[in-house]
Design a protein around this ligand. Structure first.
Ligand code: KG4
Ligand code: ZN
Length: 342
């Protein structure tokens, strides 16, 4: 079954062609970073307008490049939520309409299910069941995954998502949007021994997260070392490093706890923050000690992309899930409300 996948939930237009027999055939990504950078974050209306401009031409181009015509396509998958409503509506409207024109089924995919399944695009895919750590710009969740669509929320962030915390800390340090990769780069030159930032909520039982205290601590440390509106470049790098270490070690402690609590030995880490190298090092050490295995998508499929949506959509369409003609998006959509695939 060959599926066209469309991702337009935020600031990236992602298009992909995924075949259930052959795997990923082709994908393309357009990032809107240049469009939003001067505003320091995503401007929803600009995001929607750009998706409208880019989506259809990108689909045409990708099909041409991959030598695929609409006669070859067996289904269309688009991100139906969570995300920015206007941005979601672009992908959903175009996806649903193409499916109608081509007389094939369409399915609205949950963006976080896409992230969660992205490591299955790799040559050593994780088998069910597993614990998933979802760390993106909007979500920080630990999920027990028994099978496709069978998701039990074990814990989540009570305030900022991990990616959001990275983005806010970056802003405080005067780094451009999106902050995660910027902090990571700067942290590479930082001294891990200079500052010791708090690991929020690790001494309390449970699997929830909170990053607001760490955000305040970061803000106060920056203020302490700022003289005449200036902060030494090395101090900036040391703060970035301490912040990154604190996030990585908090996430690692909770993942270890989740593996213990569920008795599972596979950990899947997905979403934009899973591209973070120091987080990967920290989780790698922990899972090795615990005799567990950790799985990621390659770096370009950690952040938003069309491939993960085409894959998730293909698995759901194959199981007979499909949408009616009414175009529906869900800007807020709890992952554990998804239908299970048996
Ligand atoms: O999954 P994603 O592309 O979009 C959402 O679904 O939100 O995640 C984007 C988030 C942003 O907050 C970005 O700063 C963060 O992922 N991010 C990173 C890294 N790459 C992206 N955070 C830390 N280290 C990175 N290398
Ligand atoms: Zn995402």
């Amino acid at each position: 079954m060959l599926v066209l996948g469309i991702e337009t939930s935020c600031d990236e237009t992602g298009i992909a062609l995924y075949d259930t027999e052959q795997g990923l055939l082709a994908d393309a990504l357009h990032s809107q970073i240049d469009l939003h950078i001067e505003y320091g974050g995503v401007v929803p209306e600009l995001a929607s307008r750009d998706h409208i401009r880019k989506t259809l031409p990108m689909i045409g181009q990708l099909m041409e490049q991959a030598n695929i015509t609409h006669d070859d396509i067996d289904g269309v998958a688009y991100t139906a939520g969570p995300g920015l409503i206007g941005a979601l509506l672009v992908g959903a409207s175009l996806g649903r309409s193409l499916a109608m024109a081509w007389n094939v089924p369409a399915v609205g995919v949950h963006h976080m299910e896409g992230h969660l399944l992205a490591p299955m695009l790799e040559s050593n895919p994780p088998a069910f069941p597993f614990v998933a750590l979802l760390v993106s710009g909007g979500h920080t969740q630990l999920v027990e995954v028994q099978r496709l669509g069978d998701y039990t929320l074990l814990g989540e962030s009570l305030d900022d998502a991990a990616g959001e915390a990275f983005d806010k800390a970056a802003k405080m340090l005067g780094l451009p949007y999106p902050g995660g990769p910027q902090i990571a780069e700067l942290a590479g030159q930082g001294d891990p021994e200079r500052f010791d930032f708090p690991r929020p909520m690790v001494n309390r039982p449970g699997l929830d997260f909170s990053f607001s205290g760490l955000k305040t601590f970061t803000k106060n440390t920056i203020a302490k070392y700022t003289v005449d509106n200036n902060i030494e470049p090395q101090t900036k790098a040391d703060i970035a490093r301490a912040f990154e270490e604190a996030v990585a070690s908090t996430l690692t402690i909770k993942c270890k706890r989740a593996l213990k609590q569920t008795g599972l030995s596979r950990l899947v880490v997905a979403g934009g923050v899973s591209a973070n190298i120091r987080l990967r090092e920290s989780l790698g050490k922990m899972t090795a000690k615990e005799h567990a295995e950790v799985f990621y998508a390659r770096l370009e499929y950690c952040t938003d992309n069309g491939a993960m949506i085409a894959l998730a959509g293909a698995l759901r369409l194959q199981a007979g899930h499909a949408e009616g003609l009414e175009i529906q998006v869900h800007p807020r959509w709890p992952l554990d409300q998804l239908a299970e695939v048996r």
